[in-house]
Design a protein around this ligand. Structure first.
Ligand code: ATP
Ligand code: MG
Length: 230
């Protein structure tokens, strides 16, 4: 996605509370330069998913602002925001329809060749080819059932095709079967290249490929360093 769309993310003095509840992020500031891969780690309830949801505008800050290349996310057209920032969640949702439809979700204009190229890039092509109707297999029909690891690969192909400047990934906590775990690590490397990435990381192997690791606790960053240093 880089360099035309840059992808720098900044939190400027962001305070956030869900509804009128307790403050989750108190005056939070963070600068993520374009192209950087950041791994977020920390105890449960630290605010990692909340931070990710503010970047993808599931929520807006109560105070302060989140910017993309210096522009307040609230000032971006929703269409431009969805194009620039893509979040891949733990559940890796598949919708009723074919595998190809599912990959093309964010890019309805994509050609079949582009869909296949995206699947190949993240290593999903082989298993898709082995499905009863290949790319035309209905994911809800008998024979179209895919494993958790395969679902993750399909959602990676979807994100690769969407080609956002910022990718947010809430990594699955559930352990996947070993071959797909390896396939997913390889896919991740491809997916992260040339874009900004914020990964809520549960695997050490993911933390290791990040440029920077942020350790969060109680809505604050308590450590900010390279994976080697931590
Ligand atoms: P985990 O590692 O368990 O996923 P996390 O670091 O992602 O944790 P968050 O989900 O960001 O943590 O939650 C931070 C705090 O916000 C927690 O105290 C949580 O209970 C609270 N919280 C999260 N979502 C909501 C919500 N929709 N409404 C109210 N409070 C929420
Ligand atoms: Mg979370």
């Amino acid at each position: 996605a880089l360099p035309d769309a840059r992808g720098g993310i900044r939190f400027e003095d962001v305070t956030f509370a869900y509804g009128t509840g307790r403050v989750i992020l108190p005056a939070f500031s963070l600068d993520i330069p374009a192209g950087q891969t950041v791994a977020l780690v920390g105890t449960t309830g630290a605010g990692k998913s909340t931070l990710a949801k503010l970047v993808s505008r599931f929520y807006d800050p109560s105070k302060g602002r989140v910017t993309l290349d210096g522009v307040d996310l609230r000032d971006l057209h929703p269409r431009d925001l969805r194009r620039a920032i893509v979040m891949v969640t733990q559940e890796a949702y598949l919708f009723s329809g074919t595998v190809a439809d599912n990959i093309a979700l964010g890019r309805p204009d994509a050609t079949f060749d582009e869909i296949v190229a995206a699947a190949k890039a993240v290593g999903a092509d082989a298993f898709i080819q082995s499905l009863p109707d290949g790319y035309h297999t209905d994911v809800n029909k008998r024979g179209g059932r895919v494993s958790a690891g395969q679902r993750q690969l399909i959602s990676f192909a979807r994100a690769f095709l969407a080609d956002p400047s910022v990718l947010i990934l809430d990594e699955a906590t559930a352990s996947l079967d070993i071959p797909s775990e390896r396939a997913i690590q390889d896919a991740l490397q491809t997916l992260l290249a040339d874009r900004t990435a914020i990964i809520i990381a549960h695997r050490l192997s993911t933390v290791a490929i990040a440029d920077r690791v942020l350790v969060m606790e109680h809505g604050a960053v308590i450590e900010d360093d390279t994976p080697e240093a931590l």
